[in-house]
Design a protein around this ligand. Structure first.
Ligand SMILES: Cc1cc2nc3c(=O)[nH]c(=O)nc-3n(C[C@H](O)[C@H](O)[C@H](O)COP(=O)(O)OP(=O)(O)OC[C@H]3O[C@@H](n4cnc5c(N)ncnc54)[C@H](O)[C@@H]3O)c2cc1C
Length: 483
């Protein structure tokens, strides 16, 4: 087994890991970052990219008066999940530092659009990255390399090394074999969530969640498991975001996703959005239509139905259909509706899906940009043929729809999958991000940030998970560097 020595070893190359490594690294502080996947990014790289922050320079430029205190208070406008711990000290830490984090990201060349409003926040505070979330990974990784961080991809942490009661390193596997990475100051777990961690889901959230797949299949909660093996505690382990119904992203080439996520491109997109609203909006809508879009459940309130590959309804669409989709053939279903329902989803406020704060997509957008998942026909029989489902079964399902379908054209959106998006259970940590055992004692040498180190803080609405990932990572890295 090869051995290498560092001051800090960061496990996980998503947003929080890259922020930790960059904030900690200097000529005096040697940092290694290991990432199990072939590429850096994690869920951060797959995300929409919004950060909710208060007291930012972008808010000031837009004439928005805001403060951490107002932001702190607005958390209480969101419904609190049942049985949840609510770590107010970490909420305070978040609102007090997230603006600095946003400015720090901007100083690395990351460009934002906004702020945009999002109810029930009382001020516009959502900042959306341009041209896409790949910019976070590109700019942070570039800065990490420039600062000498030893980044190793395809390197999976398998175990923590404990010596005399202190975590002193990580054992990791890579294509070249097993290695020991020693960490003089500490090991930081920034391994993300356990949305794809079947056993953790079963233990912490319940068996019905363990049966659902995750959008990010590599979010297996490795850091949670490694720390739990040393007695660490997970707070809010039962909080699962999802399952949510989502369309698969298209396989076809999407030039927006291919844009290099540099500062120049971000600025060009922002300029286009400011000066050519209509033309730019079309491209922005297209960009978000090519992500894993979530259809509004208001379609079902309006009378749309869900059918499976046999053309049959299989669930009460207005109850919890997302739990029933994974059990269908191919793990997917289709949303079917007629022209009368379709016409309602052409105008604000009846959008089919949204990229919060940036764009709303209507049926005509799906017809134009997502022909791969939007089928349209003049009869139910021809719609069935286009979907590849039995004609008679679809006719029976359509006839029994809550509002019998009568007005052509008829539409089918799908395949529609159901995934867990994220989990909110994080390791209990101190304000210095030291991992705590169940008895409240610190595990010396072990730290956690991002979703792995969520520490019982609730992050309601959009934009606060990324805000937490970058803020907790940055603060954890700065603190460790000072040790
Ligand atoms: C579709 C989608 C859109 C989203 N959009 C937004 C949004 O707009 N705004 C927002 O605030 N939040 C959003 N979120 C949530 C947000 O993206 C995540 O909460 C956040 O990115 C988590 O960051 P992280 O650094 O903790 O984890 P990640 O970004 O997932 O990084 C963890 C990394 O650790 C690596 N890793 C795991 N185990 C090991 C191991 N054993 N060894 C080595 N490496 C390992 C993983 O491969 C991964 O790269 C979204 C989530 C989804 C699914």
């Amino acid at each position: 087994m090869s051995t290498a020595a560092f001051d800090i070893v960061v496990v996980g190359g998503g947003g929080s890991g890259l922020a930790t490594a960059l904030a900690a690294a200097s000529p005096e502080v040697r940092v290694a970052l290991i990432e199990k996947n072939p590429k850096l990014g994690g869920t951060t790289g797959l995300s929409i990219g919004s950060i909710t922050a208060s007291g930012t320079s972008l808010q000031r430029s837009a004439g928005v008066e805001d403060s951490p205190d107002a932001h702190f208070a607005d958390f209480d406008l969101f419904a609190k999940p049942e049985g949840a711990v609510d770590n107010l000290a970490f909420r305070r830490l978040y609102v007090d530092h997230v603006a600095d984090t946003l400015h720090w990201l901007m100083s690395l060349g990351i460009v934002f659009h906004g702020p945009s409003p999002e109810a029930p926040h009382t001020r516009p505070r959502m900042h959306n990255v341009l041209p896409h979330a790949g910019a976070y990974i590109y700019c942070l990784a570039k800065a990490c390399r420039a600062r000498g961080v030893d980044i190793r991809v395809e390197t999976t942490a398998r175990g923590l090394v404990e010596e005399s009661g202190r975590v002193t390193g990580v054992e990791a596997d890579s294509p070249s074999g097993r290695s020991l990475l020693r960490a003089r100051k500490g090991v930081v777990l920034t391994t993300g969530d356990y949305s794809a961690g079947t056993e953790l889901l079963r233990q912490l959230a319940g068996a019905r969640y363990a049966a659902i797949g995750a959008l990010n299949t590599t979010s297996t909660g490795d850091g949670h498991a490694l720390a739990r093996a040393l007695g660490a505690q997970v707070l809010n382990g039962h909080l699962v975001e999802g399952p949510q119904m989502r369309f698969a992203a298209p396989r076809e080439f999407n030039w927006v996703k291919q844009l290099p996520p540099s500062r120049l491109v971000g600025q060009a997109v922002r300029f286009a959005m400011a000066t050519l609203p209509q033309a730019a909006l079309q491209q922005v809508i297209k960009m978000y239509l090519t992500a894993n879009l979530q259809p509004t459940t208001r379609l079902f309130d309006a009378g749309a139905i869900l059918v499976n590959r046999q053309g049959m309804r299989f669930t009460d669409e207005r109850a919890s259909p997302a739990f029933d989709i994974p059990a269908q053939e191919g793990g997917h279903g289709f949303i079917v509706f007629d022209g009368a329902i379709g016409a309602r989803f052409e105008h604000w406020p009846d959008f089919l899906s949204t990229a919060p704060g940036i764009a709303y997509a209507y049926l005509s957008d799906y017809r134009r940009y997502r022909r791969d998942i939007c089928r349209e026909a003049q009869t139910i029989a021809s719609l069935a043929r286009a979907m590849g489902v039995p004609e008679d079964a679809l006719a029976t399902s359509a006839a029994a729809a809550p509002t019998a379908f009568s007005r052509p054209p008829y539409y089918a959106l799908g395949p529609l999958y159901s995934w867990i998006m994220t989990t909110d259970g994080g390791l209990a940590v101190t304000p210095k991000f030291e991992v705590l055992r169940g008895d409240g004692s610190v595990i010396p040498g072990l730290y956690a940030a991002g979703l792995a180190g969520q520490g019982g803080v609730l992050l309601p609405g959009h934009g606060q998970h990324l805000g937490w990932a970058f803020t907790s990572g940055r603060l954890c890295g700065l603190g460790l560097a000072r040790l």
